[in-house]
Design a protein around this ligand. Structure first.
Ligand code: KDG
Length: 326
């Protein structure tokens, strides 16, 4: 249901300046780079904004031109950045993405001690959430530092108390933290969320090898009201109160860049979730899964995390089989 709230979604996390080789030679040989921005939460914010939602992205950025660039780009795309803080003493993070002719791209992070990793529980303010309907968080932010992990928990607790619904994508980043710490922290945040969005590999990381149905059941028992398992080429499956809905994949012929697909999937799912009055029926869950599969697949069709995400009118045109008007 579209209400009178001033913001539909709040999301908190690190955005980084992303450098990618301009040509096909890879980082080792490429002299020229494109500059963009990426970060799971800002990717979701950008995609949801394209889909017509009002989104507030909250973070800390350094006092550098990288921070200026991230802020100006997100604001220019229509994302609310009014709660972003600049940290005078820590830099904005940077990362490089090497797209290969095989498998997923390799990423190289330069983000230790970044401004966003200095997020403190005392930064979390009730005013971030007042007038909003939903909080989206990922498992990347708690991996940045102990204080960031405590801030994530506090943000989820405060938002929950204030009546917002909460989605959580574990977004496991093995390069960022110790495996056991990651497992325990991610598991401990599930009871705070309404919508849990793991990939199959993440479900296995968290619970060990089980069937898809057992994963759905286990995460529902931990407290999530909706569990959405991303099954890659097999599509996705959603679980609500003892019911499972499978949704076939949205087919694309070849993948250009898979990074950002999970964020587009989350945005696609949430865009329907936020439109539904009550999210307990099979048709609405199916619709959300179909939109999520479609957005996730379309996000693999361009280089970069979010730039090629369709707007809501482009999406409607695709869905109705009409040509997208230019
Ligand atoms: O989901 C895409 C993100 O992984 C990418 O944008 C960078 O946020 C990022 C991260 O921490 O890996």
């Amino acid at each position: 249901m579209q209400g009178t709230k001033k913001t539909d979604v709040v999301t908190i996390g690190e955005s980084m300046v992303l450098f990618q080789p301009l040509g096909e030679k890879g980082i080792r040989y490429e002299p020229l780079y494109t500059k963009s921005l990426a970060g799971a939460e800002s990717n979701v914010a950008l995609a949801l904004t394209r889909l017509g939602k009002k989104v507030s992205w909250i973070s800390k950025l350094g006092p550098d031109p990288f921070g200026d660039f991230i802020l100006a780009t997100l604001a220019g795309e229509g994302v609310d950045v009014s709660h972003v803080k600049r940290d005078g003493e820590a830099p904005t993070a940077v990362y490089f993405k090497d797209v290969k002719s095989f498998g997923d791209p390799t990423v190289y992070y330069y983000r230790k001690h970044s401004a966003a990793s200095r997020l403190e529980p005392s930064d979390v303010q009730e005013e971030w959430f007042s007038g909003s309907r939903h909080l989206h968080m990922t498992g990347i932010t708690p991996a940045l530092s102990e204080s960031a992990a405590l801030s994530v928990r506090k943000a989820m607790e405060v938002a929950k108390e204030m009546g917002l619904s909460i989605s959580f994508d574990p977004n496991l980043r093995r390069k960022l933290w110790d495996e056991e710490e990651a497992r325990q922290t991610l598991l401990s945040l599930i009871p705070l969320c309404d919508v849990f969005l793991p990939g199959l590999d993440e479900a296995e990381f968290l619970l060990g090898k089980r069937s898809v149905e057992e994963y759905g059941e286990a995460f529902l028992q931990m407290g999530a009201k909706v569990v959405v398992l991303k099954l890659g080429a097999e599509g996705s499956i959603g679980f609500i109160d003892g019911e499972a809905v499978e949704q076939a994949p949205y087919r694309v012929s070849h993948v250009v860049d898979s990074v950002g697909a999970g964020d587009a999937f989350a945005a696609g799912f949430l865009s329907v979730y936020l439109d539904e009055d009550s999210f307990v029926t099979t048709p609405s869950l199916r619709k959300a899964l179909a939109r999520a599969n479609q957005l996730g697949a379309l996000a693999t069709q361009f280089k970069g995390d979010w730039e090629g995400i369709p707007s809501i009118s482009e999406l409607n045109a695709i869905e109705s089989g009409n040509e997208v008007k230019r």
